[in-house]
Design a binder for this molecule. Structure first.
Ligand code: ASP
Length: 343
């Protein structure tokens, strides 16, 4: 794996400003945290809740977080602010929530990266199974392998040949070591037997801006980010990483159809609180999440974006913890075998 800095700094600057404003907003409205002791009791929540997204604003994790934050906030009767704490493949934001007060006022929306980070980072500031209280699973989002619109290959087989033949110059955008897009890149490297030149961003929101602008060649990212660019033809789509085709993108073949069944990954998302959060608070958050995922508007929007809410029996701490454990067991050996490590 070779790393190259992103060609465009403009989106990063914009997002840094966006993050500062989100932080300022959170600081101004953090009245809820002040009454933290009452959070352990039945009157939670009494103030604003911050939902941390460990990637850039405008990206797929951010999209999922904002989709559920609005109905959750209605159920809970308090505002939920989405705060983007980007960097280090999602591990900075996760680390921030791990060390936050366990009063239910700072929670985390994270994805599959929670199960890949321990194999990639030797000095991780959290332990997925110990530092967090799981709240419930949210959605499992298919990924798409896409490129800038004028990349030569017309289909997946041609893309494979192109990447193999041009491996010195082809660039692969991702959201940093520990992100879903980086994991998908690892699977692509394995399937193709190539070493990709990766261009890491703080999220695939800004990576997509550069892909549409033609500054990077290709990437693999969730349909929650790519659908809006695939449909108007702003990027080329070659394959989806699921066993069956995605309903909203019926013309895109699966990697299995293309003869690469091992290049399969679904980006599961879960909601977390810091470890030690009281049962009463967790139950309120779980119930609000479950209600949000039954909201017809959320279901419809998710369907447009190629995904769906988790089944009702998965939206609870036990199912979420079981998934996290299983995914840690699945990905740790794959990553170790690939020999990838964060700097
Ligand atoms: N899709 C990104 C990833 O590769 C994360 C994001 O920007 O939401 O993990």
């Amino acid at each position: 794996m070779a790393l190259r800095p992103p060609p465009s700094r403009r989106p990063a600057r914009f997002l840094a400003l966006a993050t500062v404003s989100a932080l300022a907003l959170a600081a101004c409205s953090s009245g809820g945290s002040a009454g933290s002791n009452s959070a352990a009791g039945s009157n939670y929540p009494t103030g604003t809740i911050t939902m941390v997204v460990p990637f850039s604003a405008g990206g797929p994790t951010d999209t999922v977080a904002r989709l559920v934050a609005e109905p959750m906030s209605k159920t809970l009767g308090q505002q939920i602010i989405v705060q983007n704490v980007e960097g280090a493949g999602g591990t900075l934001g996760a680390g921030e929530v791990a060390k936050a007060k366990n009063d239910g006022y700072k929670i985390l929306m994270h994805h599959i990266g929670m199960s890949t980070a321990p194999a990639l980072y030797s000095n991780l500031a959290f332990k997925p199974l110990e530092s967090f209280q799981t709240i419930g699973l949210v959605t499992e989002v298919p990924m798409t392998i896409i490129s800038k619109k004028d990349l030569a290959p017309a289909n997946f087989k041609e893309l494979v040949e192109y990447v193999k033949a041009n491996k010195e110059k082809v660039t692969y955008a991702n959201a940093g070591i520990g992100s879903a897009s980086q994991l998908c890149g690892l699977l692509i490297e394995k399937a193709l037997g190539v070493d990709l030149t990766e261009v890491p961003y703080k999220g695939t929101g800004p990576a997509m801006t550069d892909l549409v602008g033609g500054q990077v060649d290709f990437m693999c990212d969730q349909t929650t980010n790519t659908t809006a660019q695939i449909k108007p033809g702003k990027v080329k789509a070659y394959a989806v990483t699921t066993a069956t085709r995605v309903k909203s993108l019926p013309d895109i073949p699966t990697t299995t159809e293309e003869g690469m069944p091992d290049l399969k990954v679904g980006v599961w998302h879960g909601l977390y609180a810091p470890a030690g959060t009281s049962e009463a608070v967790v139950k309120k958050l779980t119930d609000a999440l479950a209600a949000a995922l039954k909201d017809p508007k959320v279901i419809e929007k998710m369907a447009d974006l190629g995904t769906a809410p988790e089944a009702a029996d998965q939206i609870n701490p036990a199912a979420h913890t079981a998934k996290l454990k299983a995914q840690l067991d699945l990905w740790t050996p794959v990553i170790k075998a690939a020999g990838v490590k964060a700097a």
